[in-house]
Design a protein around this ligand. Structure first.
Ligand SMILES: Nc1ncnc2c1ncn2[C@@H]1O[C@H](COP(=O)(O)OP(=O)(O)OP(=O)(O)O)[C@@H](O)[C@H]1O
Ligand SMILES: [Mg+2]
Length: 220
């Protein structure tokens, strides 16, 4: 079973949105996918209540000690991918999620404050010797800020592709209990999340993220 953790202490960066988007995109070939919600806010549980569909399975965790057991049970049930959504605030749970992850995905909005805020998460990931990638989220169509953000993140580690644009479909999908790829299959948001999932899957399957860099820049 692959384990993907969405982590960053910066609130509102898109951890839950991308956890849902990627989990549903990953079900595209009929694979068994689960989301472990390690966030008392309950964004994913509330989304699941609106969903009215058994998959992806959602398991809510509040006790850090329960993460390991939850993952063992999910694997025993035949789960292929578990996505862990973490809280901005609960350090102990986030640390355990990082420790259990095959890959940590760090959503970052293209602003200096957001980029600076990834540092504690990055230190924790490095201390635990886990693999990670940034994903630029809620991006504007183009501009200097975007290319500067990409350059900064590339200097800190690997930046996933594509960037995920600021699009209403993400908010509408969360509200409707859907993945963005279910809400508007042919939409740009859907395309980006499907492509992001393909990027993530490749990294999960391949292993090493070393020596990668993406110099994609938007014209200023
Ligand atoms: N690409 C996007 N386009 C438009 N809206 C987005 C996008 N990504 C996230 N959002 C919106 O931004 C808000 C914050 O996103 P989300 O709840 O996923 O962040 P989070 O990192 O999980 O926050 P928290 O740290 O509070 O758990 C939500 O209203 C969500 O719908
Ligand atoms: Mg969240």
């Amino acid at each position: 079973m692959y384990v993907l953790a969405l982590v960053t202490q910066k609130g509102g960066s898109g951890k839950s949105t991308l956890a849902v988007g990627v989990a549903v995109a990953a079900m595209g070939n009929g694979e068994r996918v689960a989301i472990v919600e390690a966030d008392a806010q309950g964004t994913i549980s509330k989304w699941k209540e609106r969903r009215g569909h058994p998959y992806p399975r959602v398991v809510r965790i509040s006790d850090p000690a329960a993460i390991g057991g939850a993952l063992v049970s999910l694997e025993a049930e035949g789960t292929w991918l578990t996505v862990i959504d973490t809280a901005a605030t609960n350090n102990a749970l986030a640390m355990l999620a990082i420790a259990k992850a095959d890959l940590c995905l760090i959503p970052v909005r293209p602003s200096l404050a957001d980029i600076e805020a990834v540092i504690p998460t990055l230190i924790a990931i490095r201390r635990l010797n886990r693999r990670f990638a940034f994903v630029l989220n809620q991006t504007p169509p183009r501009g200097c800020r975007l290319s500067e953000a990409a350059t900064s993140l590339n200097s800190l580690g690997v930046l996933a592709l594509p960037y995920v644009g600021q699009r209403n479909d993400h908010q509408d999908a969360l509200g409707a209990g859907l993945g963005v790829t279910e809400l508007a299959e042919e939409g740009r948001a859907s395309e980006e999340v499907r492509e992001l999932w393909r990027w993530v899957l490749k990294k999960l399957v391949e292993g090493s993220l070393d020596h990668e860099s993406h110099a994609k820049t938007a014209p200023c």
